[in-house]
Design a protein around this ligand. Structure first.
Ligand code: IMP
Ligand code: MG
Length: 175
């Protein structure tokens, strides 16, 4: 079985959901009169995406991508494998990437380059957590839920070996 335990509580469900609502309202304001395509990066995005989109009052469509990074399991190598590509066309559309956490930034750097090649009208990033201590490439995150401590986090979509995504709060793991 696995050897992780749920450690210190980092963010409560109430804190995360209040912030998600704020960001949804901000997106509504920033894109007033426009239509947006929310692109969820599976699988970690699911709870955050679902929560933010509830307070987006715009014409909104949803699409998903699934990616994994080649190389060592715990550190992003920057070489990204696309397991599931977008279902729809993004040319001329306003795209917001919905991500769970930005660590090295390498996954998003790759994805932004890849998606920019398809000619979206605009491309922004909304991440639940930003871990600036892990950053290895310069990448601007347009909407950040919270800064994250330099620890491995689980819950609210975040996994450790695919588990704990269902926790309704964010905690650190204890090995
Ligand atoms: P990076 O920014 O390319 O290094 O990779 C970010 C991805 O690594 C995220 O989308 C998560 O899937 C994963 N990740 C990074 N830090 C954590 C963490 O603390 N808990 C769970 N997953 C993480
Ligand atoms: Mg991810």
């Amino acid at each position: 079985m696995n050897s992780y335990k749920i450690g210190k509580m980092i963010l409560t469900q109430e804190e995360i959901e209040a912030r998600a609502e704020e960001i949804g309202r901000q997106i509504t304001e920033d894109y007033a009169g426009k239509e947006v395509v929310l692109v969820g990066i599976l699988t970690g995005c699911v709870m955050w995406l679902a929560q933010v989109m509830k307070s987006i009052e715009l014409d909104t469509t949803l699409d998903f991508m699934s990616v994994s990074s080649y190389g060592a399991a715990t550190k992003s190598s920057g070489v990204v494998k696309i397991n599931k590509d977008l279902s729809g066309d993004i040319e001329g559309r306003h795209v917001i990437l919905m991500e769970d956490i930005v660590d090295s930034g390498m996954t998003l750097e790759y994805l932004c380059k890849y998606l920019a090649g398809r000619g979206p009208a605009s491309l922004k990033i909304c991440a639940m957590l930003d871990k600036p201590s892990g950053r290895r490439v310069k990448i601007g995150v347009d909407y950040v839920g919270f800064p994250a401590p330099d620890a491995f986090l689980i819950g609210y979509g975040l996994d450790a070996d695919q588990r704990y995504r269902n926790l309704p709060y964010i905690a650190a793991i204890e090995e």
